[in-house]
Each structure stands twice: as structure tokens, then as C-alpha cells.
Design a protein around this ligand. Structure first.
Ligand SMILES: Cc1cc2nc3c(=O)[nH]c(=O)nc-3n(C[C@H](O)[C@H](O)[C@H](O)COP(=O)(O)OP(=O)(O)OC[C@H]3O[C@@H](n4cnc5c(N)ncnc54)[C@H](O)[C@@H]3O)c2cc1C
Length: 492
């Protein structure tokens, strides 16, 4: 396609969401003309960058927030955990297809087996974890999960959790070796390289500043070259706003009614990281635990193996920080500039109705590195401050939305916003995030390509064999799918 022709599809932002959607579209409709615009000078520099997120292949194998305790001491309900795991299986299948078709390189470049563990202290949480295990152990997608209260067993799984631990406080852990560490930045970069090879134009240093619906129903976008300041205009029938934390800003610019009433609640993050290989060699797991009072669910600290560019490190965090930017490379005016008459009440209701969260964030803001380090000692009693560096993580942009009863609520999931005619779609929110990019982008395809979607079913089934069905409904099919993707992705 020559640059003077207008594309069929414009993708705004070069993170994992646009990369996934672009790849789907090229597989399903190879003749589509697609253009991508990214404001930074490379792709995958915001949340999808491996050092800005935790790289957990979120499958609810270890994260307690996807399966809160029951109120009456009965077994907690596994439905949400199973649903999150199902969503991750779509990603495993999609990535397997991309490895088999050589669109993605060898699996070690983006995914590595890393057991997922939950570690808790105190009688109440030990009891909860045991009941969580009872509720999950026979679920087909959680096969192989183990539970123990025995420090010796836990020390075999993750020695650093036990070394130096004194006292007789009850502890417990679950362990499952089908967990993964994923380099979402590597997936994003590889997918964009492949898209470019198949004719997609990817323009970096190109910030989309305007979105305007034309009389013929198409969208005109205004793009500013961030090096020269020059503006260009591009038109397309479909626009995807994959701008991460800035998605709300662009959806507001589009003027679509569907974006009204939404707001963004930014939560910054920091990690402690060590590259001390003696420590790295002793810890091969992602260990999640219980959240502190008031902490947002995605700020539950965890002690993680991270593999980036073939090199392993340990990461502990994220610590939540208060910061009004909606992107790491955003502006301190992001929050005030997002206020509109339609979202004022939701913003106020969330501010007033989430006092424990606000108190928690202010408390985190004033914590020194030493104070932050104390949380690591709860996981790893022998940790030495000199081994660890405090680094900034990515910025989370949580969804604030209208609520009839409360005026507004804070939502910790993601939400796809699509105009009534399907011509523009955007993604708000963060968690479970990159792990479920495939599930979320399938929703975009269904809503925005409603006329084509039925005709794409056979190809979608070829790409994702379980598409349209639930793996968890059939233990044999689930086991076969887990085994097939494990083989291709070279994971357990
Ligand atoms: C601290 C932290 C930990 C996380 N941990 C995990 C995890 O363990 N597992 C997991 O699955 N997910 C995790 N996530 C979530 C995950 O990182 C995100 O959900 C995912 O990366 C979002 O991808 P995206 O493509 O929507 O956004 P991004 O990767 O942020 O990409 C958006 C892109 O749009 C560009 N852009 C913005 N505005 C414009 C504009 N106007 N014009 C052009 N370009 C624009 C940005 O520069 C950016 O490159 C974590 C996130 C954070 C912050």
C-alpha cells in the first residue's frame, strides 16, 4: 500500500493489545491495509515492556484476588479463577499457533516455565489457602497443584521463603509447575516485526492527537510527528485505541457516547530487583501472597523469577505509588484533563468511597526504601538490602465507571468500549492484562467485525482449537490442550 492511500484499519499504540489485534486481522483477512501509530520511538515501551510489568502468565494459579474467601468458611467459589485460566489458555493456544507458523520465534524468547506458588502466614490465611486448594485441586486446568503446611516441603519448592524464618507462626503454600513467566515485550516486538513484513506500516514517534468522525462514517486521525512537530491526517473505516493508559483520553476525543461516564484511576508502581545470580539460582517461582489492608488487588507483592533476554533476575513488588500520570511516559495533567461533567460524579464517588485504598496509597508514597524492604523480609527473611535496587514499574490505569447505586465504582478488570456501529473500539483497564490479550482482542473482533466474524470461525478454530468451547468442561480435552501447548511452547 502506498502511504498516500488510506488504510482500512488504524491501530493506535504499539503495545501487546494492538500487536495481538493486528496479527489476528492479518491472519483472518490478509488483504486488509493496516497502519499503526506509536508516540514513543520504539514499540513495547510502556506497560507491555518486560521491566514495566511482572510477566506473570495470569492463570489464577497463585493470585488470591481471583478467588476471594467465602464468607462462611465453606470452600471458596472457583468460578472466576477457572474463567481467568480459560482466558490464559486462549493465549497459550494462540502463541503455540504463532510458533508453529514461525510468526513467533523460539518459545524461550518469550515464555518460560516458572512454578506459581501462593504463600501465606497465620492460621486464618492457612485455613483459607487449604480450602482454596480443596476447591481447585480437581479442576482440570489446575491439575498437579500441591498444598503443604510443612516448612521442609515449602523449602524444597522455594528455599528463600524458609531460610532464616524463626518462630512458630503457621505457614502454608500451594505449588503448581504449569505456571509461566512471559516476556510480553518480546511477543509485542516480534509480532510488530512480522506485521511489518506482511505490509503493515508501523510509524513510531507518531502521536495521535485528534480523532474525528467524518460524514461518511469513517474516522480521520491527526498524527503529530514528535520529532518534527509536523501533522498528518489519515482516514480509516475502523480504529482501535490500544493506547494503554491514554485510551480514555482518545476515546473522549472521539466523542462516542459509549465512553461517557468513564474515568481512570492511576496507580504507579515500583519493584525491588536483584541480579545476584547466587540468589536467582535459589528461587525459581512466582510467589504471590495476601494483600495488605486497603491495597488494590494488583498491588499484592510477589517474589518472582523474571526471564528477560534469556537472563534471569528476581523481582519483588509492585509497591503501589500515587502518581496522576496515566502512562509511565504520560503527563501529570492526565488526571485533571480527563475530568468531564459526565464522569465527575464517578470520580468523586470513587475518591470518597475508597478511603482504605487512598489511605494505603498515601502510606505507600511516604515509605522509604528501608520500609519497603521490610515487606520483602516477610517473604525472604534473609534478604540483604545491598542486593536489591528500587526501580519504577509501569503505570496502571484502572477503570472508574458509573454505578447507579454508588455513583461510581473502581473496577480492577479490563473493559472494551466499542461504538454502536463498531467503527471504533478501545481498551480501558489493566488486570489481568497482557495475559488475556487474546481473549480481549477476540471481543474486539466480534464487536467491530460483526459481518465478517461468522465467516472467520473456521480459521479461528484452526488458530485456537478450543475457540467457542470451555476446556474446563472436559478433563480429557483440557489435559490434551495443556499437553499440546506445553510441547510447542516448551513449558511444563
Ligand atoms: C506494574 C504492572 C505489572 C503488571 N503485571 C502484569 C503481569 O504480571 N501479567 C500480565 O498479564 N499483565 C500485567 N500487567 C498489565 C499489562 O502490562 C498490560 O495490561 C498490557 O501491557 C497493556 O497492553 P497495551 O497494549 O494495552 O498497553 P501498552 O503496552 O501500555 O501500550 C500502549 C501504547 O500506546 C502508546 N500510545 C498512547 N497514547 C498514544 C497516542 N496518542 N498516539 C500513539 N501512541 C500512543 C503508548 O506509548 C504505548 O506504547 C502489569 C502492568 C503493570 C503496570
Amino acid at each position: 500500500m502506498s502511504k498516500s492511500e488510506n488504510p482500512d484499519v488504524i491501530l493506535i499504540g504499539a503495545g501487546i493489545m494492538s500487536a495481538t489485534l493486528g496479527t489476528f486481522l492479518k491472519l483472518l483477512s490478509p488483504n486488509l491495509n493496516i497502519e499503526v501509530f506509536e508516540r514513543l520511538d520504539r514499540v513495547a515501551l510502556e506497560s507491555s515492556n518486560p521491566w514495566n510489568n511482572a510477566g506473570t502468565g495470569h492463570a489464577a494459579l497463585c493470585e488470591l484476588n481471583y478467588m476471594p474467601d467465602s464468607k462462611d468458611g465453606s470452600l471458596p467459589n472457583p468460578a472466576k479463577a477457572v474463567a481467568i485460566n480459560e482466558q490464559f489458555q486462549l493465549s497459550r493456544q494462540f502463541w503455540s499457533y504463532l510458533v508453529e507458523t514461525k510468526i513467533l520465534g523460539s518459545p524461550e524468547t518469550f515464555i518460560n516455565s516458572t512454578p506459581h506458588m501462593t504463600f501465606v502466614r497465620g492460621a486464618k490465611d492457612v485455613d483459607y489457602l487449604q480450602r482454596r486448594f480443596e476447591a481447585l485441586k480437581d479442576q482440570p486446568l489446575f491439575a498437579g497443584m500441591q498444598f503443604s503446611k510443612d516448612p521442609k516441603v515449602i523449602a524444597k519448592w522455594a528455599p528463600l521463603l524458609i531460610e532464616g524464618r524463626t518462630g512458630d507462626e503457621p505457614i502454608a503454600a500451594t505449588f503448581i509447575d504449569s505456571g509461566t513467566d512471559v516476556d510480553f515485550g518480546s511477543i509485542t516486538t516480534q509480532l510488530f516485526k512480522n506485521l511489518e513484513k506482511s505490509g503493515v506500516s508501523v510509524s513510531t514517534s507518531s502521536e495521535v492527537q485528534g480523532l474525528n468522525r467524518l460524514k461518511d462514517g469513517t474516522w480521520e486521525i491527526t498524527v503529530r510527528d514528535t520529532n518534527t512537530g509536523q501533522r498528518t491526517y489519515r482516514k480509516a473505516k475502523f480504529v482501535f485505541v490500544g493506547a494503554g493508559g491514554w485510551a480514555l483520553k482518545l476515546l473522549q476525543k472521539s466523542g462516542i457516547g459509549e465512553a461517557k461516564g468513564y474515568g481512570t484511576f492511576p496507580v504507579g508502581g515500583q519493584w525491588l530487583r536483584t541480579d545476584n545470580q547466587a540468589l536467582v539460582a535459589k528461587h525459581q517461582a512466582k510467589v504471590y501472597s495476601q494483600a495488605s489492608v486497603g491495597a488494590p488487588p494488583m498491588s499484592v507483592p510477589h517474589l518472582d523469577t523474571r526471564v528477560v533476554d534469556g537472563k534471569a533476575s528476581l523481582l519483588f513488588g509492585p509497591y503501589a505509588t500515587a502518581n496522576p500520570k496515566f502512562l509511565k511516559n504520560g503527563s501529570i495533567f492526565d488526571l485533571p484533563a480527563s475530568l468531564r461533567p459526565a464522569n465527575l460524579i464517578p470520580y468523586l464517588a470513587v475518591g470518597l468511597g475508597n478511603f482504605p485504598l487512598i489511605k494505603y496509597l498515601v502510606g505507600e508514597l511516604v515509605k522509604t526504601k528501608e520500609k519497603k524492604f521490610e515487606s520483602l523480609l516477610e517473604f525472604m527473611p534473609n534478604a540483604k538490602s545491598e542486593d536489591w535496587r528500587l526501580l519504577d514499574a509501569g503505570q496502571r490505569a484502572q477503570v472508574i465507571k458509573k454505578d447507579r447505586k454508588k455513583g461510581g465504582v473502581l473496577q480492577f478488570g479490563t473493559e472494551v468500549i466499542t461504538s454502536a456501529d463498531g467503527s471504533i473500539s478501545g481498551l480501558l483497564g489493566a488486570s489481568p492484562g497482557a495475559s488475556t490479550a487474546v481473549y480481549v482482542m477476540l471481543q474486539v473482533l466480534e464487536r467491530s467485525f460483526a459481518n465478517e466474524f461468522d465467516g472467520w470461525q473456521a480459521k479461528l478454530k484452526q488458530i485456537i482449537p478450543s475457540f467457542g468451547s470451555k476446556l474446563s468442561a472436559d478433563p480429557a480435552v483440557a489435559a490434551a490442550s495443556l499437553a499440546a501447548t506445553a510441547k510447542t511452547l516448551k513449558i511444563k
